[in-house]
Design a protein around this ligand. Sequence first.
Ligand code: NAD
Length: 353
Amino acid sequence: MSPFVYTANPSRVVFGAGALQGLAAELEALGARRALVLCTPEQTALAHRVAALLGDRAAGVFAGAVMHVPLAAAQAARDEAQRLQADCAVAIGGGSTTGLGKAVALVSGLPILAIPTTYAGSEMTPIWGLTEDGIKKTGRDARVLPRTVLYDPELTLTLPVPLSVTSGLNAIAHAAEGLYAHDGNPVTALMAEEGIRALAAALPVLLHHPQDPDARSDALYGAWLCGTVLGAVAMGLHHKLCHTLGGSFSLPHAEVHSVVLPHAMAYNAAAAPAAMARIARALGAADAPQGLFDLARRCGAPTSLAAIGMPADGLHRAADLAVTTPYPNPRPLDRAALRSLLQRAHDGQPPQQ
Ligand code: NAD
């Protein structure tokens, strides 16, 4: 066994169909009396259901969560929390809503109770993100880690199939990079492999049976594990490419992850053989990058950057950006190799090692 360091993020996780019904008791356990419920405009009805469950412990609903947490949305939520004298933020939704809760917690220290309804995994991380003038800043701060997370698979039954698939692949990406992270450890490796296994088994079922309770439960369980890995260890080339493409070319978050992941894995394959073996085993595939590409294609996820809006004349700039302030990565970053990786991803070709 190689030496390692493992730091667990302290949060309470309550998992299971119907877990939402325990919300009031969980809020009480946090000692909160005036919760501000956060959501996207599309999930307002669900947020009001949550507020009703909380009764007089609900201070109000703020339905202003937007992708990538624009500073104006963060400021509006912070002002609302202050105006209502909220002592807790309940974030119900995907990564955008959890991100808004984190923006509130970052300045106020309010505890967050997160109720995830996608597989993005933000609820298990102390990572915040804020976008100002088109530039996304991220950082780590223990204050933004949700104190309690309620995982209720019933809330994911409404997640459209295409988003279920891309969000699931987004989660798999956290685990895949966690397996070769320079600060990885045996515990996160176990979680990563099991998270990939659970999601890779559930996504093809959801494709044809989106209401299947067992597949929904398995997918959310996988997402929890993958999110935990993201929160515990450093991410590499794949996340760097996705942040570059998402941030500088406004490409949709989960779709970018779906397209880039097999190519980033292929880039790192020779430098991280043990990680590749575990990913392949979790996928039940002979080869990790090709197995991820096949999974994405089989589940109908986009496999080309061109198809999700990446202009061909932006690939040079994307390669330039990817090598500036790189994330730690098992294979050193080579601009020419990354440029051809981006070309293959753009054109929808299979990954090449
Ligand atoms: P999202 O939160 O933007 O949600 C996408 C859409 O799906 C929204 O309209 C939302 O209302 C809707 N939706 C969510 N759950 C639904 C459900 N169950 N049924 C029907 N509709 C539903 O998307 P996301 O992919 O979850 O989050 C992406 C954001 O999260 C990005 O900004 C990304 O950077 C961030 N993120 C942050 C971290 C972190 O650790 N900080 C981790 C992962 C993702």
